[in-house]
Design a protein around this ligand. Structure first.
Ligand SMILES: C[S@@+](CC[C@H](N)C(=O)[O-])C[C@H]1O[C@@H](n2cnc3c(N)ncnc32)[C@H](O)[C@@H]1O
Length: 175
């Protein structure tokens, strides 16, 4: 994620608000043996809320010395993150390549990430997420402030772990 108000934060370090994480996790049905990955866990707002045993949870975070893009992970069942905006394409490519055939991948992103001309080839290559719930109200990222963008969870739900979230565009309401 990145700021649109000019106040750039190093490495796009904008933690996902807890209410935004909880709204998503409340819709997630994990399987007992699922392996979970947070590719850039930051302050662990997502990582700490995944109700799996610690030995089934994997992570990367460049500030902790683990660069996701240069670290190999075994196949994962569930990957959820809010990536650094500037690296989103590289992160998605890698996550899809490490996702199990019946895995579930959820990335937080701006809605207008879908429409940019420069990403047309990228979307043709990887395929659109099948579920894109728009987050209501807009998450507030920077110092309690909000930018003017709408945000969504982009979900490739091959494993149907978000069975209550319909295919296509929907809303996901956070408190
Ligand atoms: C937008 S923040 C989100 C943090 C966390 N995923 C969350 O949802 O709260 C992006 C995070 O990506 C980390 N980061 C940036 N480049 C990275 C890389 N190549 N590998 C791993 N982490 C990276 C930043 O340090 C920061 O913690």
């Amino acid at each position: 994620m990145s700021s649109t108000n000019g106040n750039k934060v190093a490495r796009d370090n904008y933690p996902t608000p807890v209410n935004t994480v909880e709204a998503l996790i409340s819709q997630l049905t994990l399987r007992p043996n699922d392996k979970f990955l947070e590719p850039c866990r930051g302050t662990k707002n997502i990582f700490d809320r995944i109700p799996l045993p610690e030995d089934q949870k994997y992570w990367a975070e460049i500030d902790e010395g683990v660069d996701y893009l240069s670290t190999s992970f075994e196949q994962q069942d569930v990957i959820i993150t809010n990536p650094p905006f500037s690296l989103t394409i590289d992160f998605i490519r890698k996550s899809l390549s490490e996702l199990a055939p019946d895995g579930t991948l959820a990335y937080l992103q701006r809605v207008n990430f879908l429409g940019s001309r420069c990403r047309v080839d990228f979307w043709a290559e990887v395929g659109f997420p099948n579920k894109t719930p728009v987050i209501v109200p807009r998450p507030r990222f920077v110092n309690g402030g909000s930018d003017s963008c709408e945000y969504m969870w982009m979900i490739w739900d091959r494993g149907n772990r978000f069975s209550e979230i319909p295919n296509g565009i929907s809303h996901i309401i956070s408190k």
